[in-house]
Structures are given as C-alpha cells and as structure tokens.
Design a protein around this ligand. Structure first.
Ligand SMILES: Cc1ncc(COP(=O)(O)O)c(C=O)c1O
Length: 432
C-alpha cells in the first residue's frame, strides 16, 4: 500500500470519529484531507498509524515527549506509581519531590502550584498577578499562545491589522468585558511595548509572554527590556514556559536567556506525557494560594481533582532525571541546529524565499523574503506551507502545522531520513 493510503480499519475509525466528535477531532492537530490519520502507537522517535505507515515524529505529542514515546524509564516510573493507586486528592510523595526538583531547576521558582494543563497554568498566573497587584488588565503579545482560556485567545491569531494595543477576540463566546481587560503589544518591539506599559502601568496586573513566541526567537535585549520596564512599574512579568520549560535548557528560557520573571507557567515536558502543569514563581505571589497566610480578600482558591497527580508526577520525575544526564542538552541542540541549518541551506540553494525561524529545538518554515520577528511577519504564504508539510508526511516525517519539535530521541537514522524528506519537500515547494 502506498504511503498515506488508509486501510479499512483506519477509514472506519476516521468515519466514527467524524460522527462522535465535532470535526472528527480532539480539537488539536488536524491534518487536511487524506493526510488525516489515527495513531496506532509510538516508540522512541517513531509513530505508526492504524494502516501501518511509519513516521519520524517531530510533533512529539505537541512537545511533552522530548525523550520519545514509551521511554523505558518513564514507563517504569509511571507503572510503579500506577500500581499504588492513580489519584488521592491529598499530598503524595511524587508531587512533593517533583515540586522540589522544579524549585531547584527553574530560576524564578520559589514555590510550585500544580495544575493539570498549560491553559490552566497561564490562567492561574494571571489571576495570581491580579490578586497581588489589585489591578485588572493584562498585556499579552499579538500571536502569543497561552492555551484557550478567555484571555489567552485575545489576538492569538489576529488579522494583523488591529492597531496596538487593542485586542481582537479570536474565539466566539467570550464576554465583552474580557476584551476590555487585555492590551496587545507587538512581540520583539520593546519600544512600542514599553510605551504601552508606561501609559497603562497603573491599570496593569501582569505582562505575559512566551519567551520564544511560537517559532520566533527573542531579539537580543527584548526579554531583558521587558524585565526592566515591568520591574520599574512593579508589574509582575509572567513567562509562559509551557513550551520552553526544560526544553531550551534544564531551567527553561529563563536560564537560557538569563532573564528571571516573577511567575512562570510550565507544562508539557514536566509531566512526562501525562496531564500535569504548574504555576511557579515568587513566594510572595504564590502565597495567595495559602488561606492561612493571607487575609481572606487576598486568597485565591485553586483546587483541582488531579492537581499533582502521582502517576504524572512520577513520569515527570523520571523524565527530569534523564534530562539531568550530562550532555543531553548539548546533543539536543546539535541535532536541532543540524536540521535547521540544513533546511535553510536547501531552500537557499533552491532559491526559494523561506525563513527557517525559531530556535534549534523548535522551529518552523515561513515562506517569506522578510525576517520573521513578530506575528505579522509570519503571515506569509500559507498554501506553500501546506505543500511542504504534506510532502514531508508523504516521505515519513510528521510535524505539527505550526512547528517541528526536536527530541532527544532523534538519532542519526532519523536525521538522515528527515533530510531526504526535506529535499523532496523543498523540490515540491519549488514546483508549486
Ligand atoms: C506556550 C503555550 N502555553 C500554553 C499552552 C497550553 O497548554 P495545554 O495544551 O496543556 O493546555 C500551550 C500548548 O501548546 C503552549 O504552547
């Protein structure tokens, strides 16, 4: 059977999905038309669909599976925890230890409060900042992704024409009132951002930023500039490190770029592929979660049935233990750098205007001849991107429509196969 052909079992599953679930999807990654598939299983860097097609996986579960699928150490840790019971609603030793590891690793983390999703973690960071600052407004960046709560979907995929700092709601069903509490700034433009903060500082509860916004790297001085201006006005700075945490470096983007925020949301890697995320940061901000430590009007309740789930915490601990092995990050960055620079070289040699944007461990292609520095500069040629992604899939390489995640599981054979797929995809784009 040619690649991407679907057998009867997979076709049936896709049809059942379409009947039982809106759009036939989980709401996440939806590949177009015949590219849509149902996953059968994964092992290491590879996944297989129900029809038996094999892919080198650069989606990696949208990022958590940095060690690859079904990693033996993570599997063993999760199995051991699972045999002792899957959830309790009181403290468990795995979660306590994971909180300690996070405090050791992440520069801003004096304390940790677990949640079960990155969406919840970013939402909680904003609420905590509001409780602390006793102000309502938040500033986020155009194109910044912080999950799907009401504040996060403001100018998440905007038209790119709304003047700053006005927000554009990118979801139906959001109360008008939310729109009035969000200001939008252009990523990587510290002058415009600082002037919005200077103008609105007395209403601002927080500034939230993805240190690497999607696959746009911060310009030199951008994060430090944000730190300076927020500190000057006493506005808590929140790093959304759901993607960058334990990925750019063991201590995340704050370690990699040497800029420490007041709060951070972490997720994905830290849960080892299970539902776990966290709010981390300054003790005097997280104190609001402790009813005994703050006056009643300053208390922020945050119960969650699966907060700090022991199976997820055990998987997270096992993942972090592997990440701490010497040389792990150097090897990851080297693999990513090789893939990125090779892809850019192939486009350049083929004289296809394209920018391979981001950082070594997570990057994507934009079909433009302009530098990619902010959301508006990513609005390049989308049909070409679809040709590129589709051709990669046909050649056994899976990425999300938004990015490649390079993992510690990707070995030389994966890289070789991937570069052959790059060559085919660049040729397909050139001919498109
Ligand atoms: C930067 C960022 N923040 C928040 C989230 C939301 O996390 P979750 O999907 O766990 O809710 C994501 C998810 O991809 C993300 O990339």
């Amino acid at each position: 059977m040619a690649r991407l052909e679907r057998n009867d079992e997979e076709r049936d599953l896709l049809a059942r999905a379409a009947r039982a679930m809106p759009g036939g999807t989980l709401g996440n990654m939806r590949l177009a038309g015949d590219d849509a598939f149902v996953v059968r299983e994964g092992a290491g860097s590879r996944i297989w669909d129900v029809s038996g097609n094999e892919y080198v996986d650069y989606a990696l579960g949208s990022g958590p599976m940095i060690l690859g699928h079904a990693h033996p150490k993570v599997l063993a840790a999760a199995e051991e925890a699972l045999r002792k019971g899957s959830t309790f609603f009181v403290e468990n030793a795995y979660a306590v230890e994971l909180a300690e590891r996070i405090v050791e690793a992440v520069p801003c983390a004096e304390q940790v409060r677990f949640t079960t999703s990155g969406t919840d973690a970013t939402f909680q960071c904003l609420r905590l900042a509001r409780a602390f600052r006793k102000r309502d407004k938040i500033l986020k960046f155009e194109g910044g992704f912080h999950g799907t709560h009401d504040y996060a979907v403001m100018s998440m995929r905007s038209s790119g024409t709304t003047p700053f700092p006005a927000p554009e709601p990118n979801s139906a069903g959001i109360p008008k009132a939310v729109q009035e509490t969000v200001l939008i700034a252009p990523y990587n433009d510290i002058e415009t951002t600082a002037s919005i903060i200077e103008q609105h500082h007395d209403e601002l509860a927080a500034v939230i930023v993805e240190p690497v916004q999607r696959t746009i790297a911060p310009r030199d001085g951008f994060l430090a500039g944000l730190r300076e201006v927020t500190e000057r006005f006493g506005v808590p700075l929140v790093f959304d490190e759901v993607v960058t945490g334990f990925r750019l470096a063991y201590g995340g983007a704050q370690e990699a770029y040497g800029v420490t925020p007041d709060l951070a949301a972490i997720g994905k890697i830290v849960g080892g592929g299970f539902p776990l995320a966290a709010v981390v940061g300054r003790g005097d901000l997280l104190e609001a979660y402790d009813a005994d430590a703050v006056p009643e009007e300053g208390y922020v309740p945050q119960a969650g049935t699966l907060n700090g789930n022991p199976v997820a915490a055990a998987a997270g601990l096992a993942t972090l233990a592997v990440l701490r092995e010497p040389g792990r990050y150097a090897a990851l960055h080297a693999t990513g750098a090789h893939l990125r620079t090779t892809l850019q070289r192939l486009f350049d040699e083929a004289e296809v205007p394209a920018v391979v944007s981001g950082v070594d461990v997570t990057f994507d292609v934009y079909f433009t001849d302009q530098p990619v520095v902010d959301y508006r500069s990513t609005l390049g040629n989308k049909p070409l991107k679809r040709v590129f992604d589709h051709t990669l899939l046909e050649h056994g390489v899976l990425k999300t429509p938004e990015k490649f995640y390079v993992g510690m599981c990707h070995d030389e054979a994966d890289v070789e196969l991937t570069i052959a797929a790059f060559e085919a995809a660049v040729a397909a784009v050139r001919e498109a």
